[in-house]
Design a protein around this ligand. Structure first.
Ligand code: NZQ
Ligand code: ZN
Length: 388
């Protein structure tokens, strides 16, 4: 393990078919004004809204609504949410939805009692909150981001063509999250598989970095194998509880800070994907899927030993009589075949990117330093071009 670290995860999880019972256990811990935050209305169609409102009423809460949180929540919506939370004098922000709703709730939570403009403070200057933070709870309906048990909050600024994530500290993590795998059954296939790839990407961003022997890498190999096994089952049979529940649990642990402890991490695929998101508003997981293979094939020679380990331990590639390069390449080929079999978007053209947008995408891409190769702007352009 590298460096020194402190580990604490304060989010209480309620998992399983009866998870909603946890909401009535948690609500009494907070004041009476609840800001109920949700997206475009899927929770009204699948009945989750009614269950949440029943629990809020049973606990005697005054409910104020903030609906219409869009996928990839915008800075304009954030400003609106802050006003709503202030008007409601919110004691709790209850996010019911996917990563977008949960991320947005966290961004509102750190801005309600803050006089400064939140985009500038948290997303440009990357400052930490110094004001009172309104507690957030989450009822998760879409699996992938890990937002249910982390401090991540990604906001998009279309005017500035920037999509930026602030990873807040444990004080901003949801206080509790309700994880009922059945709540994810109604997801359209496109969203479902995008979420599955988001999970894989979160694990790989942390796994494909560093050269030390590290417990986290062994944990991640197990999580990847579980995901690779369950995802095709869920694609064929979306209401397969066993597969959906395993995937939900893997998603949470893929990005709840545990596996990043004591090791290097990369996150460049997310930086490339977020640049695409800022210019196209495409679905997060698909932006990652579209750039991943060109990125990994490009950096593979710089981190060859780890790519060999990935091929053998995760994809079951046989070492015998092959060069390291051939083994690593076979691992990536198997990964690509798995991605295609799920139906993921494998190129940027399908997401609306054109050759003449590449200069703009490069400018919107943050460069990380924890991967096997710190990319130059020319290399970023080359990867985008190879992803078209
Ligand atoms: O808006 P509604 O009607 O709810 O529909 C949503 C939305 O259209 C729909 N949906 C969600 N649950 C559903 C459902 N439809 C039917 N049945 C259900 N049960 O799915 C669509 C996508 O939802 P969204 O919340 O946008 O998806 P996701 O969970 O992938 O969140 C994406 C956002 O999270 C950020 C992304 O950048 C993006 O902005 N991320 C957050 C991270 C974090 N907090 O750590 C890390 C990630 O890497 C990611 O960047
Ligand atoms: Zn992600």
């Amino acid at each position: 393990m590298l460096g020194n670290f402190t580990y604490c995860n304060p989010t209480r999880l309620y998992f399983g078919k009866e998870a909603m019972q946890g909401l009535e256990k948690e609500l009494p811990k907070y004041g009476e004004n609840v800001l109920l935050v949700y997206g475009g209305g899927s929770i009204k169609k699948n009945g989750i809204y009614d269950q949440v409102v029943a629990a809020l009423k049973a606990c005697g809460k005054k409910v104020f609504e903030d609906a219409g949180v869009m996928p990839n929540p915008t800075v304009e919506k954030l400003h609106e949410g802050v006003e709503r939370a202030r008007a409601a004098k919110a004691d709790l922000i209850l996010a019911v939805g996917g990563g977008s709703v949960c991320d947005y709730a966290k961004a509102v939570s750190v801005s309600v009692h803050c006089d400064e403009e939140p985009w500038e403070k948290y997303y440009i200057r990357f400052e930490e909150p110094t004001c009172e933070i309104v507690p957030v709870g989450c009822v998760l309906t879409m699996v992938g981001t890990g937002s249910e048990m982390n401090g991540g909050s990604v906001i998009t600024n279309h005017a500035q063509k920037l999509k930026i994530g602030h990873v807040f500290g444990t004080e901003v993590f949801p206080k509790f999250s309700i994880l009922n795998p059945e709540f994810t059954f109604t997801l359209p296939k496109y969203q479902m598989i995008a979420g599955f790839y988001d999970i894989m990407s979160h694990i790989l961003e942390q796994y494909l970095s560093g050269t030390d022997d590290n417990t986290s890498d062994y944990i991640m190999e197990g999580m990847l194998r579980s995901l690779i096994h369950s995802a095709p089952i869920a694609v064929k049979d979306p209401t397969n509880y066993e597969a959906r529940s395993n995937i939900m649990w893997t998603a949470t642990w893929a990005l709840n800070t545990l596996v990043a402890m004591g090791k290097d991490t990369d996150w460049e695929v997310h930086m490339l994907g977020q640049a695409v998101g800022a210019h196209t508003d495409a679905t997060h997981g698909m932006t990652l899927a579209a750039v991943s293979m060109p990125y990994y094939r490009y950096i593979m020679p710089y981190g060859l030993a780890k790519f060999v380990r990935y091929a053998v331990n995760v994809w079951g590639v046989d070492l015998s009589g092959k060069t390291d390069e051939a083994v690593a390449a076979e691992g990536l080929d198997r990964m690509e075949a798995w991605m295609r079999s799920l139906g993921l978007v494998m190129n940027l053209t399908e997401l609306g990117v054109k050759e003449d947008m590449i200069d703009g995408l490069v400018k919107s891409t943050l460069v990380m330093e924890g991967g096997y190769k710190v990319l130059t702007p020319e290399e970023i352009a080359q990867i985008f071009r190879a992803s078209l």
